[in-house]
Each structure stands twice: as C-alpha cells, then as structure tokens.
Design a protein around this ligand. Structure first.
Ligand SMILES: [Zn+2]
Length: 305
C-alpha cells in the first residue's frame, strides 16, 4: 500500500494533489458529514492513516536526498551571508525537514519558535544554541518530525530517529520521548503534528497560535520580505490574512517565481500571482523576479550586503 501511495503521489504531482486529498477529508470532518460510505469517525481514522503515510513518504525522501543540490547550497550561502549582518527569519508552510537538515549539515543554528513548555527532542544539543546569529525557522503548518503524545501531551521532535522506521514497525518501537508510553494494537500513541490550510482555522491549539504569533511578529518587524515560489493562492486565506495584517507598508517585497508565472504583454494576466500580490499589498514596493529559485540565489549569494 505504501508503495502504491508513493507512486500515486509522484505520478499526480504532490503539491497539488496532497492538498485536494486533505481538503476533502478536512471538510467532511469539519461538517461531520459522510463522504461516500464513510462516517466521519471512520474518516478521521483514514485521515490519520494517510497523514502517517505522508509523514513516512516525506521522511524517506529527505533521507534519500544527497544534500549537495546546488539550488539549496546557494540558498544556504545566501542565508549565511545575510545572517552575519542582520536578524533573519524564515516562515514556511512546508512540512518536510530538508531545510533543517541542510542547516545542521552547514552549521547554521536555528530556532523553531515553538514557545512550547513541553517539547522534547531526541537530539540533546538542540535548542541550546548560544550564538547570536540564530535563524528563526517558523513552520506554521507543523512538521513531519513533530509528534504529539496522546498520553502526556508532550510535543516530541525527532531529529535523529528515522521516523519511517518508527511509524511502520510491527514491534511498536514508537514511544513518547517524555513519558515513554507505547501504543497498542488499537491506538497509535504519537499523532503527527501537522495541519493543512483547510484545517488551520478550526484548530484551536496553543502550538499553532504560538507559531502564527511568532510569524506575525517577525513580519511586523521586517524591512524586507522575500517570497520564494509562493503564488499567494486565494485558497490560503488564513495565511493571506496574516500577511496582509502583519507586513508593514514600508517593507520592500521581492517575489521569486518561475518564468511560467510571468505576465505577458497584451494578454489577460489577472489570474497570475503578480496581480494577487499587487492587490494584497497595494502600498508596498514589490519587485518581481521570474528567474526561479536557483537563479535568484545564484545571483544573490555573493554580493548581497
Ligand atoms: Zn508522553
């Protein structure tokens, strides 16, 4: 089954499809409706199983990555250069841990801004960074290596253990890092701590309140904001609202997108990201760059400030 889901995800192009899958589940759960022959409690079980499969898939992809990709290395160089002179924060909707892994491998200290009393990690050195140049990494939709213990409510962050092995091992090796509770045949003790854009508005959870507040604070204090590969979709209205109310009008905005997003003269370009950015931030100075992620950080890695 895992293999089938994996192939289906690759085939369908994960960015688009994942969202659609979860939106159906989220909507149904929210409304306590039936979807086809499934009751909503049954849907919750299926949704959780799917979430675990996605966690497994992303984790495996991260472990198969060679961490030598030029695009990312240019980005890392850029981060290193900039953080030497000014505070730097990254706000991401991504669930994967690629960036954290690149940071660790390239000696960049980061702070997840969890403000959570009860989080615990299997990496003892983490969270004790004393350097002044810590990069804030705010994952507003959670992360594939974050799990909530159903028994003691601790947030467990797995940085060393292979999550894939943890989740799909018949020996039930999965255990809370804090209380050491194990699951049984019926219940998984560790629940993935990640949310979808559809779910975020109905989630009344302190963890996400903290993360979204941290994101708002960083945006309010920013004089420059760079959007990377984000098309500002209308569907992300919660996140759009956060951006709109937090970004000061004096902040300079740079938007890095792909060539295919570029408006064409004489054509109707109203469906393109550029229009959505100009509508949401009418008072800001916005620079658009359509050369893509790789080119942008290649050009900027040496000379930026
Ligand atoms: Zn526990």
């Amino acid at each position: 089954m895992v293999e089938n889901v994996r192939n289906a995800i690759v085939y369908e192009n994960i960015d688009v499809n994942l969202e659609d899958v979860f939106t159906s589940f989220d909507k149904s759960l929210e409304e306590k409706e039936f979807l086809n022959e499934y009751s909503y409690s049954k849907m919750d079980v299926i949704r959780l199983s799917l979430t675990r499969l996605f966690v497994y898939y992303f984790d495996r992809e991260v472990h198969n990555h060679d961490f030598q990709t030029e695009d990312y290395l240019n980005f890392i160089k850029y981060i290193k250069t900039r953080r030497s002179s000014e505070p730097l924060s990254i706000i991401t909707t991504n669930w994967d841990t690629l960036l954290e892994e690149y940071f660790s491998k390239n000696t960049i200290d980061y702070n997840l801004c969890l403000n959570e009393k009860y989080y615990i990690t299997d990496d003892e050195g983490f969270g004790n960074e004393k350097t002044s140049r810590v990069v804030n990494l705010i994952k507003i939709h959670g992360s594939i290596n974050w799990f909530r213990c159903l028994k003691c409510n601790s947030l467990c962050i797995f940085k060393k253990k292979k999550i894939a092995e943890l989740l799909f091992n018949d020996d039930r090796v999965e255990a809370c890092l804090k209380c050491n509770s194990h699951g049984d045949e019926e219940t998984e003790i560790l629940q993935p701590e990640l949310v979808t854009p559809t779910m975020i508005k109905s989630i009344d959870h302190q963890l996400y309140k903290n993360l979204w507040n941290a994101a708002a604070t960083e945006l309010r204090n920013a004089d420059e904001i760079i959007f990377i590969g984000y098309s500002l979709p209308i569907a992300d209205y919660e996140f759009r609202y956060l951006l709109q109310k937090s970004i000061p009008k004096e902040a300079v905005i740079t938007v890095v997108l792909h060539n295919s997003d570029k408006p064409i003269e004489g054509k109707d370009n109203n469906h393109l990201p550029e229009k959505r950015y100009r509508d949401l931030f009418p008072k800001n100075f916005i620079k658009f760059n359509y050369s893509g992620f790789k080119e942008f950080f290649y050009e900027n890695k040496k000379d930026k400030r």
